[in-house]
Design a protein around this ligand. Structure first.
Ligand code: ATP
Ligand code: MG
Length: 332
């Protein structure tokens, strides 16, 4: 059986790192049918639309999508694409690797961020010349769905510790936002209890201090939308290098995978972008499609190359994207 994977390179270094990731996927004993689709700044210039309906439909109907990056049109592309795959959780691992300079080399955490509501639900109003408001939406159903995912995630040993006994931490601000975060907290903890999964909690401000001081205290962290956005970026700062961080937007029977970095206009077109984040996003895609062992092999190959080289310029080396990709494929 082959998996239909929609491939959207987008703009800038998306056009370099996504082909690198595809090369790695093609080295695996897994059947893929890659379907190329267009989106981003260049697409808007040529067609008038950053995200053509055809691309949206392809992503919605595929088994999974691999996305690179989009420039100024990023929000017009990625927000609808997340909707196309019906994504309710954003998965953001932040792991430091031997051989890569990191503020906190012992960091190994995974954020599971609510991906549909909170303050990003889009309900903003300008009520007068002086007053603007934002409606924060939290539902029990979305909170529980995220928590169910978190329980499965740790239960399958997919947390950093690989240990299903480890449980997760829920970060929130329910002491102030008693109604919205109160509901979120209550539902998430209730699901953990029902499922027999260990869950502890942190106030998100305290967490923002404790994480950089000692990241080893944490493994899987479950957050509302905005908190997850900010806190996962904080964790990214601990591990050194935007070129390393993958992410997944997971839905009910579809998902979209993308590096955390953008189009990197300063180095685009030079063939020197670090393909690691895109390759690790592809590894998450492989695991999502059920090939857990192959995903692990890709990650091991990436780790080997990060530790022994070759390395791209962002990591202090002078290798090209192609050289790093070839080294990863060699190890596979
Ligand atoms: P965009 O406008 O698309 O968000 P940006 O420049 O604001 O682009 P990023 O693309 O995330 O943001 O890049 C931030 C910095 O990190 C840039 O200096 C870029 O060169 C560097 N960078 C990001 N990704 C990579 C990568 N894969 N390899 C090497 N350097 C990278
Ligand atoms: Mg940017």
């Amino acid at each position: 059986m082959s998996h239909e994977v929609v491939v959207i390179e987008g703009d800038g270094i998306g056009r370099e790192v996504v082909p690198a990731a595809i090369e790695v996927l093609e080295a695996l004993p897994v059947g893929f049918e890659f379907v190329e689709a267009e989106a981003g700044d260049a697409t808007k210039e040529s067609t008038g639309e950053a995200l053509p309906a055809e691309t949206y439909e392809l992503a919605a109907d595929a088994d999974a999508t691999l996305f690179g990056a989009a420039g100024e049109t990023a929000a017009d592309v990625i927000l609808p694409l997340r909707e196309a795959v019906d994504s309710f959780v954003n998965v953001r691992p932040a792991k430091a690797y031997p051989g890569v300079d990191a503020l906190r080399p012992e960091t190994d955490v995974v954020f599971l961020r609510e991906n549909t509501e909170g303050v990003y639900s889009g309900h903003e109003d300008r009520l007068s010349d002086d007053l603007s408001t934002l409606t924060r939406v939290v539902t029990s159903s979305a909170s529980r769905e995220l928590a169910e995912y978190a329980c499965e995630f740790v239960g399958d040993g997919r947390g950093p510790a690989g240990d299903s006994e480890e449980g997760f931490t829920v970060a929130h601000k329910a002491n102030v936002m008693r109604e919205t975060d109160g509901r979120f907290r209550e539902e998430v903890l209730a699901v953990a209890e029902e499922r027999g999964v260990d869950a502890d909690e942190e106030l998100m401000d305290a967490f923002a201090t404790k994480l950089p001081l000692d990241p080893t205290q944490y493994g899987v962290i479950v957050c509302p939308n905005l908190a997850g956005d900010v806190l996962s970026d904080l964790a990214a700062g601990l591990v050194g290098g935007l070129g390393l961080l993958p992410s997944a937007n997971v839905g009910h029977d579809n998902a979209l995978f993308e590096p955390v970095h953008g189009t990197a206009p300063d180095i685009a077109g030079e063939g020197i972008a670090n393909p690691t984040a895109a390759v690790l996003s592809a590894a998450m895609l492989v695991e999502y499609l059920g090939h857990v062992e192959e995903g692990r092999r890709v990650r091991d190959a990436v780790e080997g190359v990060l530790s022994d080289g070759p390395r791209t310029g962002d990591l202090g080396g002078d290798a090209t994207t192609d050289e790093v990709t070839a080294a990863i494929v060699d190890r596979l």
